[in-house]
Design a protein. Sequence first.
Length: 195
Amino acid sequence: MRADARRNRARILAAAGEVFAEKGPAASTEEVAARAGVAVGTVFKHFPTKRDLLQAIMKDLLAGLTREVEDLATGDDPAAALFGFMERMVEQAAHKRTVVGLLAEAGTGIQVASALLLLREGIGTLLTRAQRAGAVREDACADEVIALLTGLCQGALHAGWSPGLRRRTLAIVADGLRARPGGGVERAEAAPSSG
């Protein structure tokens, strides 16, 4: 792809994400083209159908999160990297709510848990760095952080959590992950369910 075509594609994806977040399912290709500063034909050249555009938005989001988690793994503040990434994941879930809903209507469901598993290695690295810095409890593992993120993202995505509810819920989860003075908490074994 030529450089100008790559730039146009990136502008279209960014504009589409914004337009769908603002206008919901009623967003039109014309609005996306206008926001991107390109002709409608340019949008269709890159994305022949609305479904193609929606899928590309999600693929671009996952690629961006993958790059971000890799960049954060070398930062100076491991705790800020982990908790900041968790916050951005939840905010992206809320922001992409319309896109995910439209894809589901078109028969292409997005599974949050599957997407997070693709980021497992990077999330594990962020967790390990935060634990080594003494900021996160030692008994937390990547699977638990992914489980927490899955629940948070599902809530933001499907339950339409308000910004305040997302912020408060993230604060409670972060507090539960933080290391406590005097050592960690013993790992609780799952109790057998009765009935």
